[in-house]
Ligand binder design. Structure first.
Ligand SMILES: [Zn+2]
Length: 323
């Protein structure tokens, strides 16, 4: 449980000190020039400046702990940011912007933008992250379809457009591909179409070649699996009531999808398609830092705080600085 009486949630200075401790365990560094020499960084404390301001003697610029983060240039006090981060990190199925608006006493619009920025902090930069799996490790992959798309194109499995229709079933739903390392982390992807080339690209870019890949007998994989991309691709035949064969199964990724679907149905019913990847980042984050892996609510929230750096440009592309 999150202890909401903790001063970091009620006092902006205490919140800033907590964020500094999370972001700068070795002491402050200059976000402008990268200077880490503590002798060349001066706190402006008690010099008639706002608290938390530092001066870099290398580049002569000033900075605070929020410069270059998703919390930058905001009128919302830092203690409310921390509370929002803790609440979203600890809530099993997510939390609506409406509930945050009531809890924090900020406008609904502000609450909505805050949660999207926090999701950005939770997002794993897959292009620069370690691949999933590894030697003798298992990665499970599966696909699901969520919500409705505006598009009604019917796509054949090799990626060619077959025909247009008004669409029922997967044809007008949003495809999501998820990878779960057994006993480890999750990564999920909202893709325009779930096709063989799309899935193979995701496997190639995210899973270490030495891994074993477990899936059900999806049409997204050829009979020979994904040869060359992983050490071994094994499938279970759900259609033949086969769910487990030895240590071959896809229960972990199905467990991930069941949490995701409960959240999307119970909390985020009106998620628009263009934001779906942000909600996936949120579910990935909580799953990858779940209690079963020994991560408690406090550790999980602090992990989210570590992700606030280097994400500012990405969220700016889609959300204006309205706060
Ligand atoms: Zn500097």
């Amino acid at each position: 449980m999150v202890d909401l009486t903790n001063p970091i949630f009620t006092d902006a200075d205490k919140a800033r000190e907590h964020l500094e401790a999370q972001r700068w365990p070795e002491g402050p560094y200059c976000p402008h020039c990268g200077n880490i020499d503590q002798a060349r960084i001066r706190s402006m404390k008690g010099k008639a400046h706002r608290p938390g301001l530092y001066n870099c003697r290398e580049c002569r610029k000033q900075f605070s702990v929020t410069v270059g983060t998703v919390f930058e240039r905001t009128k919302v006090p830092l203690n409310k940011w921390l509370m929002a981060t803790y609440l979203l990190s600890a809530s099993k199925k997510g939390m609506s912007a409406h509930q945050l608006h009531r809890t924090l006493g900020v406008t609904y619009k502000t609450a909505w933008f805050m949660f999207h920025r926090i999701r950005e902090a939770m997002r794993v930069d897959t292009a620069n992250a370690e691949p999933m799996g590894g030697k003798s490790k298992v990665v499970e992959a599966d696909e699901t379809y969520q919500g409705k798309t505006k598009s009604t194109r019917k796509i054949s499995v090799d990626g060619r457009v077959k025909y247009q229709n008004k669409g029922r079933g997967p044809a007008n739903k949003r495809p999501v591909i998820a990878l779960v390392e057994r006993g480890g982390k999750a990564r999920s992807f909202h893709v325009p179409y779930a096709t063989r080339p799309v899935v193979e690209k995701i496997v190639a870019e995210n899973i270490a070649k030495e891994s074993r890949l477990h899936t059900d007998e999806s049409h997204l994989y050829s009979k020979s699996g994904v040869p060359g991309l992983v050490a071994k691709h094994e499938t279970v035949r759900h259609s033949a009531d086969e769910y487990v064969r030895g240590d071959v199964y896809s229960n972990s990724v199905e467990g991930y999808f069941s949490i995701f679907k409960r959240g999307m149905k119970g909390v985020y019913q009106h998620c628009s398609e263009k934001h779906l990847h942000r909600y996936l980042a949120e579910f990935d984050f909580r799953f990858s830092n779940r209690t079963a892996l020994g991560v408690n609510d406090t550790d999980r929230a602090n992990e989210a705080l570590k992700g606030i750096t280097g994400k500012r440009l990405t969220y700016r592309r889609t959300s204006e600085a309205l706060l």
